[in-house]
Design a binder for this molecule. Structure first.
Ligand SMILES: [Mg+2]
Length: 272
């Protein structure tokens, strides 16, 4: 651990992939740390950029892994995007998303338009980690982006880790559309300000009282550093210790895993 005099942590937010679990397996110390936070009444939240599935699916997944989770303790980049669309008065996005995610936007009161724009023209383009992406969707999105509609992406991640290696993610789709249209989206998820604001609001704490725990330097650590959270890097996912020397994103604390973070929180008074 590379920390000196870290401030008191009153609440924590955790990335999921590579931080809490990897594939189908919980990472070392995750179950014990979350149970200890719940028992001590320390507020916590799971914040993920992965916008390929609904928030409810994360509740089921975490619950199946034995972690206490409710819909209120899951914050996805889709949640942040839905709030942004509502605040901006945009109700009819052309949504590049899986059917499950499209259903979630509908349940939130929005009216995503399909390829045929049945019932009216779209008022925005929303790019997500659409694992059902087709050329027809890309073509329609490019037309609407070139036409100047508000254009947002749930997150900037270029690839998503899988057991067989990294696969194209939302940021790679945005790069493709940039080459075709010359426009880049406004990003909602980590490391962008809308996700950081949503984390503060959900936890009901100021940034300085929140530790953000993640495995990726250019999303997790960057968001934490840009927005005044305590930036905790766990080495259970994408980043290796030797990557730190070349990184512009420097965490406040580096831990081998959540068991080590648990010990740190006990030593610094967040957990008794
Ligand atoms: Mg991760």
């Amino acid at each position: 651990m590379g920390s000196t005099a870290t401030p008191a942590v009153a609440g924590l937010a955790f990335d999921l992939d590579g931080t809490v679990y990897l594939g189908e397996a919980l990472l070392p110390g995750a179950a014990e740390l979350i149970a200890a936070l719940a028992a001590a009444g320390v507020p916590y939240l799971f914040a993920t950029n992965n916008s390929s599935t609904s928030g409810l699916r994360y509740v089921h997944r975490l619950t199946a892994l034995g972690l206490p989770a409710t819909r209120a303790s899951i914050l996805t980049s889709n949640d942040v995007t839905v709030s942004h669309l509502r605040d901006a008065g945009l109700r009819r996005p052309f949504l590049v998303a899986t059917p499950e995610v499209e259903a979630e936007y509908r349940a939130a009161g929005l009216e995503p338009t399909g390829l045929e724009a049945v019932g009216g023209e779209p008022d925005a383009v929303v790019l997500t980690f659409d694992t059902s992406l087709t050329y027809a969707k890309l073509r329609r999105a490019a037309d609407l982006i070139r036409a100047g509609l508000p254009y947002v992406a749930t997150h900037p991640d270029l690839v998503c880790p899988t057991p067989t290696g990294p696969i194209p993610d939302c940021g790679a789709f945005a790069a493709l559309l940039f080459e075709a249209t010359g426009r880049r989206p406004r990003v909602m998820g980590k490391p962008a300000p809308p996700m950081a604001a949503a984390i503060r609001a959900r936890l009901g704490l100021g940034a300085g009282a929140i530790a953000f725990v993640g495995d990726r330097l250019y999303t997790d650590v960057r968001m934490a550093k840009d927005h005044g959270f305590l930036a905790v890097l766990t080495l259970t996912g994408e980043t290796r210790r030797e990557d730190l020397a070349a990184s512009a994103d420097v965490p406040d604390l580096v831990v081998d895993d959540l068991a080590a973070l648990h010990a740190h929180l006990r030593a610094t008074g967040t957990l008794g």
